[in-house]
Design a protein around this ligand. Structure first.
Ligand code: CU
Length: 283
């Protein structure tokens, strides 16, 4: 299956010490393909990672330039009324959270890479028309989630985190940090298709091309509009405006992070919760 490895020493991973790890199966796989490419998505900064970390320790939203403004407040007053607009600010304020907190580090400092190549470098994987192509997507970023699509192609997901899944055809998938997805595509009808992986906070993208020869490029889409977090995203679905009056217990729950797939990392792979086969190797 498709795995990857990276350093756990200091900030070596953010500095690029990682790599794909493909383990050939002993038994035949439950799907067929004619060729394969690894598509590793990462985030690169020219700043020293120590400096990035130091900034975040002092101000966690340092790299977020998408915060709500006074203009958003007046728009909300117009559409929701003054009382609801104020209650919404109070609710987020009391949680000390931010509905535009989609990523700690953004495209302000990051360049998003595909197989180590910036979008302008146009990493290219080749195919012949009619072939079934297996793309091994790996999110090897330090902290970026990507929404991935190939305009014009259906993506048939056949494995997740190295484990086979019942094939499912999608137009787009979201890949979290450290996850892997194996996808089969059948490109035909045009010479080049863009692999477009936009960061979840829509501050940038990684992009490359699958094409019949080197040097081709298909249209690269615009970034989609950014999402706004809701109470449901914070684990408070259905609570609506009661949030303003929530007690300490609810606030403690709000502060709890959702299960982190990376969290089982320092344990032996077999002991990692919810991941009996071990999602990755660390060295
Ligand atoms: Cu790790």
């Amino acid at each position: 299956g498709t795995y990857w490895c990276h350093s756990h020493s200091g900030f070596q991973e953010q500095r690029g010490l990682y790599g794909p790890l493909v383990i050939e199966p002993r038994e035949p796989e439950p799907f067929e393909y004619d060729r394969e490419h690894v598509v590793m998505l990462t985030d690169w900064t020219d700043e020293s990672p120590e400096r990035v970390f130091a900034k975040l320790k002092k101000r966690s939203d340092y790299y977020n330039f998408q915060q709500r403004t006074v203009g958003d407040f007046f728009r909300d007053v117009r559409t929701q009324g003054l009382k609801d607009a104020l209650a919404d600010r109070k609710m987020w304020g009391e949680m000390r959270m931010n509905p535009r907190d989609l990523a700690d580090v953004s495209g302000y400092t990051y360049t998003y890479l595909m197989n180590g190549v910036a979008p302008a470098g146009n990493w290219t994987g080749l195919f012949k028309p009619g072939e079934r192509v297996r793309l091994r997507f790996i999110n090897g970023s330090a902290m970026s989630y990507f929404d991935v699509r190939i305009p014009g192609l259906k993506l048939t997901v056949v494995a997740a985190d190295g484990q086979y899944v019942h094939p499912v055809a999608v137009d787009e998938f979201r890949i979290a940090t450290a996850e892997t997805y194996d996808v089969i595509v059948e490109p035909s009808g045009q010479d080049a298709f863009t692999i477009f992986a936009q960061s979840m906070d829509r501050t940038g993208f990684a992009a490359g091309t699958i094409a019949v020869r080197e040097g081709l490029r298909a249209v690269v889409p615009e970034l989609d509009s950014r999402a706004m977090l809701t109470m449901a995203d914070m684990g408070h679905g259905g609570m609506g405006h009661e949030m303003g009056a929530m007690g300490n217990e609810a606030q403690a729950a709000a502060a709890q992070k959702p299960a982190d797939p990376h969290a089982g990392h320092t344990m032996p792979p077999a002991a990692a919760p919810g991941n009996p086969a071990g999602g990755q190797a660390a060295f």
